[in-house]
Ligand binder design. Structure first.
Ligand code: SF4
Length: 63
C-alpha cells in the first residue's frame, strides 16, 4: 500500500493531517507529505478517509 500526493494540486488545507496526523503532515511550504515510515493494513481506513476527504483530490491510494 502506498499513498501518492499530487503536490501541484495540494492546497495545504491540512484535512489529511487532521484526519491522520501519524501519516500526513503539512510542511512549511503548505504541501502535504507522508511522515509515516511505513504503511500497513491497519492504516488503510485512515488513508482512505484522507483520500476521500481531501478537498483537492490530491491524494491517491495505490495497492
Ligand atoms: S487534504 Fe489534500 S489539499 Fe489538504 S493538505 Fe492534505 S493533500 Fe493537501
Amino acid at each position: 500500500m502506498e499513498v501518492r500526493i499530487d503536490t501541484a494540486a495540494c492546497a495545504g488545507h491540512g484535512v489529511c493531517e487532521a484526519l491522520a496526523p501519524h501519516i500526513f503532515e503539512v510542511d512549511d511550504e503548505g504541501k502535504a507529505q507522508v511522515v509515516a515510515q511505513t504503511l500497513d493494513e491497519a492504516d488503510r481506513v485512515d488513508v482512505e478517509n484522507a483520500v476521500n476527504q481531501c478537498p483537492e483530490q490530491a491524494l491517491r491510494l495505490i495497492g
